[in-house]
Design a protein around this ligand. Structure first.
Ligand SMILES: [Zn+2]
Length: 133
C-alpha cells in the first residue's frame, strides 16, 4: 500500500520508516512543529482532499499564522473555486488582525476568479468594516 511522505509528499510504502526521497523519519516527522505549522505544511499536499482537510482543521484553530499561506493556496490552484470558498470561510473565522486583512484583500483584489473576489470582498467588509480604504 502506498501513502505520502509527510515531509516531501512523495509516494512511499505505507510501512516505510524512512522516506527514500527526502530521508525523513516518517513516524517522527512534525513532532517539533506546532499543529498550526503541520497544517500549514499540509496545504502543499498533492491530494486535494488532504489540502481541504488542512483548510477545515485550520478553521477550528483560528490562528492567524496560516492566513497568508491559505491565500497562497488559492493563487496556486486558481481554478479550484470550492477550495477558495473554504479558505475564505476559514479566514473569516480568524481574529481580525492585519495579516488576515491582507490575505482577504489579496483575494478580493488579485484572485483571477470573479466569484472568489466578490466573496473575499464581502468577508473583508464584514470583518474589517467598509469605508476605510
Ligand atoms: Zn519525503
Amino acid at each position: 500500500m502506498q501513502t505520502y511522505c509527510p515531509n516531501c509528499f512523495d509516494q512511499i510504502d505505507a510501512d516505510a520508516m524512512k522516506c527514500p526521497a527526502c530521508g525523513c523519519a516518517v513516524l517522527f516527522w512534525g513532532r517539533a512543529m506546532s499543529e498550526t505549522e503541520r497544517l500549514i505544511h499540509s496545504l502543499g499536499h498533492p491530494q486535494r482532499s488532504e489540502r481541504l482537510k488542512a483548510v477545515y482543521a485550520l478553521a477550528d484553530l483560528p490562528q492567524s499564522e496560516s492566513a497568508l499561506p491559505l491565500a497562497d493556496l488559492c493563487f496556486g490552484k486558481p481554478d479550484d473555486i470550492w477550495q477558495a470558498v473554504e479558505v475564505i470561510r476559514t479566514l473569516a473565522a480568524m481574529p481580525a488582525v492585519e495579516r488576515v486583512e491582507v490575505a482577504l484583500a489579496r483575494l478580493a483584489l488579485e484572485h483571477p476568479a470573479g466569484p472568489v473576489q466578490t466573496l473575499a470582498a464581502h468577508a473583508l467588509d464584514a470583518k474589517f468594516g467598509g469605508g476605510e480604504a
